[in-house]
Design a protein around this ligand. Sequence first.
Ligand SMILES: Cc1cc2nc3c(=O)[nH]c(=O)nc-3n(C[C@H](O)[C@H](O)[C@H](O)COP(=O)(O)O)c2cc1C
Length: 327
Amino acid sequence: MKTSPKTKAKSESTKVSAAAGLSGPDLSVEIAGYRFKNPIWTASGTCGYGEELDEIFDLNTLGGIVTKSITWKPRQGHPPSRVSEESSGMLNAIGLANVGVKAYVDEKLPFLEKYGLGVIVNVAGFDFQEYIDVCARLADHPRADMVELNISCPNISSGGIEFGADPKQVEKIVRAVKRVFPRPVIPKLSPNVTDIAEIARGAEAGGADAISLINTFIAMGVDIHSKRPTLSNNRGGLSGPAIKPIALSMVNSVYEAVSVPVIGIGGAANYEDVVEFMICGASAVQLGTALFREPDLPVRVLSDLTKFLIQGSYNSVTDLIGSIKMN
Ligand SMILES: Cc1cc2nc3c(=O)[nH]c(=O)nc-3n(C[C@H](O)[C@H](O)[C@H](O)COP(=O)(O)O)c2cc1C
């Protein structure tokens, strides 16, 4: 039987509070009408479909999991080398390798049924129709609590420019997905734009229920011996600690620009980073690249966050959201 995330979240939330002591702070956050038991999610592409992480820690620890981008058909992705390490983070050009939406709903989504966490299905496409088709296919599967739209993909019908680079395109895509998917829709913004607040306003105009940001920055690494780029695709996306201050700035700009909840992503690697994102306006924070170094990071972050809230006499983690005091 399917319980709504709201109901599930409530019982889990009680458990977490009990672990932190009876008078412990409330860690739950409400986003688009769903109550997540805590604000810690994992980021798309850094936690697969959840199976591997579950071997390392209990997935029930998480408020939400955002699964790997799904396209209509399965994709092999780019050939190796698909990732490379930089001094301040990580470069990747995976090329959206994934099992395709059919295998996702038949084989991957059922695995997540037993967990009391929000399941956010990240969806990618190379034209409008692909986003619509994939989201329509997910519509009949209530375990797909929400979709997150990876709009950092090149739009093949407009010469390969990212969907996420144009507020009008973002508005159009969100509106179209909202027509076929009955639960919350979260566009995930690309940072490779001039004015991210303008893109966020486009997303909100299209009916976005929340907005997540940021995806990776277009970047390149070079091997000085071969003089070749380190990635087979030449360029890739930069993630990790290097991008956190930019992500914080962008999260705050978007928080100021729209009235829907904002979900922070970019270089978060400990509870302090999570708190920073929430102070800047994030209602939840996704952990990404940091999981490669410390796969059970969410357990530590949640425990440290709880201690921080107790020490600061916060009743609720939501007290942090948007509490920044600008100079
Ligand atoms: C190896 C790797 C694969 C990724 N794959 C996806 C993906 O399939 N879809 C997506 O929307 N973002 C993807 N991302 C971006 C992350 O979800 C996240 O937005 C970005 O890495 C910034 O957060 P971080 O610095 O905490 O990793 C990927 C990132 C990495 C490092």
